[in-house]
Design a protein around this ligand. Sequence first.
Ligand SMILES: Nc1ncnc2c1ncn2[C@@H]1O[C@H](COP(=O)(O)OP(=O)(O)OP(=O)(O)O)[C@@H](O)[C@H]1O
Ligand SMILES: [Mg+2]
Length: 630
Amino acid sequence: MLAARALRFAHGSRTILDDATIVVDDADRAALVGDNGAGKSTLLAILAGLQKADDGGVERGRGQTLALLSQEPQLDARLTAREVAESTGREPWEVDEALSRLGVVDADRPVSSLSGGQRRRVDLARTLLLRSDILLLDEPTNHLDKAAIAWLVERLKTHRGPVIIVSHDRQFLDETCTRVIELARGKLHGYAPPGDDNTTLTISFIEQKILRDDITVRTQHKKERLWLRELAWLRAGTPARTTKQTARIDRAGELQTFVEEEAVAIRKQKKNVEIEGVTSKRLGKSIFELNKVTLARGGRTLFADLDLIVTKGQRWGVVGDNGAGKTSLLLALMTAAGDSAALIASDAGAPEEQQVTPSSGMITAGLNTKIAVFDQHRATLDPEMTLEQTLSAENDHVFVNDARIHVSSYLERFLFDGSDRKRRVKTLSGGEQNRLVFARLFLGDANVLLLDEPTNDLDVTTLGVLEEALVSHPGCAFLVSHDRRFLDRVATGILAFERDAKDPDGPATVTPVIGDWTHYERTQAARLQERSLSTSASSSSASTAKIAGAVAVAKKKRSYKEEQEFLGMESLIHDKEARREHLRSQLIDPEVFKSDVKKADAMAKELAALDVEIDRLYARWQLLSDLPAM
Ligand SMILES: Nc1ncnc2c1ncn2[C@@H]1O[C@H](COP(=O)(O)OP(=O)(O)OP(=O)(O)O)[C@@H](O)[C@H]1O
Ligand SMILES: [Mg+2]
C-alpha cells in the first residue's frame, strides 16, 4: 500500500500540490496522468522521499521497499551499463536478460558515453532489477521499441505491490494499468475502472473526465476541444464498439456527433498541406534525392537500395524496430547536407559516429537544404538560461518566417505564459522543456525537420500545438515515432523499416508508402506476403518448380504469375488511390498553379492518368478474384 495524505507543495508562489490525497493498494497499477507541468514528477519524488512536502504525509505498507524511475536518468556516469545493473545484486543471467530485453546494446560502455535513450533503458533495467515492492515509473516507455514495451508490460502485470506509472503512451497504460489517477490543479482524482471489456482504461477515463467536467458541446475552449479530439481518435482505433458503449456516449448528448465531426475536421486539416508565407525560391525543388542508397554500420548492412525523392510538404513517418537503421538514415541525410550544426543535437553517440555516408548509392541534397533537429534529450538547453535567452540571443524579439515577433507572443503560441520569458530553463518540467525545444525548432528557416520520438512526455494539449506547427511548416519532415495516432494525424507517408522475422539481424527492407499509418498498416500484410512470395520464388528454384507444376495441372485456377499479381493488387490500388488523393488535395490549393504552372500541369496530367489506371486495376482485380486461388 502507498498513500499520500493531504500533501501540499509549492515552488515559491506556484502551488503544485494542494491537499493531494490518494491510496494505491498492493493490487493497483495506477496510471498517473496530468498536463505537462501539473506536478506528476514532483509528486513521485515526494512519494519516494526524495523531495520533502510542505505539509501532509506519505505512508507505505509495513516493510515495503520502493524504487523510482525518474524522468531524467539518475546514474553514476563512471560505471558501465552492466555495472549499473549488477549493482542491484541480481544474478548475472537476470542482469543480462533485463539489459537485452530492454535493448541496451553497449552494456560494457560507460554510461557517460551512451546516448540519452540508452541511458534511460539502463535506468529502467536497474529500477526493475531492484525488485522493490513499490514501483514509481516516470515515462518508462520512452525510447523503447515494441518488443521491449511488450516485455515491460508482462513484467509489470505480474508485479505484486503498488505501481504508479506516469506515461503519455495510452496504449501502454491500457495494457498495464488497472485504474487512472489524475493530477489537476494540485488535487488528485481517482477514476472508476472501465465498466466493460470493450472500453479501454484511457477511453473510459477521458469519457468520465469529459462528463465530470460537464463540458457542454460547442462552447468549449481549445483545451477541451483537444480532449474531445483525443477521444475521437482513441475511438477510431477501437473497432469493437458495443451498443452499451454507445448508450453511455449518448448520455452526453451530442457528444458523439461532435466527436465524429472533429475527426473529420482533423482529417481535412491534415490533407490541406498548407504552404503558408513561404517564397518558393527558398525551397529548392527536391530537398533530397536518394538513389539506390545502402547503409552499413559496424560491418552490418542496415538496409539496401532505397530510392526516395523528398520534396516540401512531405512528412515521412519513420517506423521500425530499434536498431533497424532509422537514426542512421537521419544521420546520413545530415551528413549529405553537410549540416554539422545539426549534428550536435542528435542521439547517436560521439560526433565521429554521427558522420554516416552510404556504402553504395547516393544521397544528393538540394541547394537550399537546411536541417533542424529536434533535441529530444534537451541536451542543447542551458538550464541556467532564461526562456528568452534560449530563443533569442540578442534582444526580446524573434523572427518567424521573416516576421518580427515579441518573445512573449511567440512563447504564448507554445502555451507558455508571456511572463515566463524571465524564468530559468531549470525550473521547467520535462514536458515544458520539450515545448521550449519545439519553440526553438520552428524559429529558424530550416526546410527539413528531423524529429526522433517527438511525442515522448507530451500531454494532449502540447501534442496539438506540435501537430499544428508541423502541418503548417513549409518544408518537409522526418518523424521517427512509435505513436501511431500522431502519425495518423501528421504523416503524409510512412517510411517503413521492416525486417524479416526469420532473420531479425539481417538488413531491413525500407518501403516508402504514401498515406498515413492506418493506410500503411492496412496494406502491410499484403505487402509482406508479396515480398516473401517473390523472395521464396527467386531463392528456391525447387519450390518454384513445384508451384509451376501445380498450376499446370489445374488450368482454371490463377497462374503463379496471376496469383502474385493478385496478392499485390490491393496494396497497389491503395497506393495509387493515396497518390490520387494526394494530388487532388494539392491541386485544390490555388497557390500550386500560381507558384509553379509546369508542375501543377504535370500533376493534373498524372491525376487524369491515375483515374484511368485505377479503373483498369479494379477491373483486373475483379477478373482475377473470380478465378479460384491456386
Ligand atoms: N525550481 C522551480 N521553481 C519554480 N517552478 C518550478 C521549479 N521546479 C519545477 N517547477 C514547476 O513545477 C511544476 C511541476 O513540475 P513537474 O516536473 O512535477 O511536472 P510534471 O507533471 O512532471 O510535468 P511533465 O509532464 O512535463 O513531466 C511545473 O509547472 C514546473 O514549471
Ligand atoms: Mg514530469
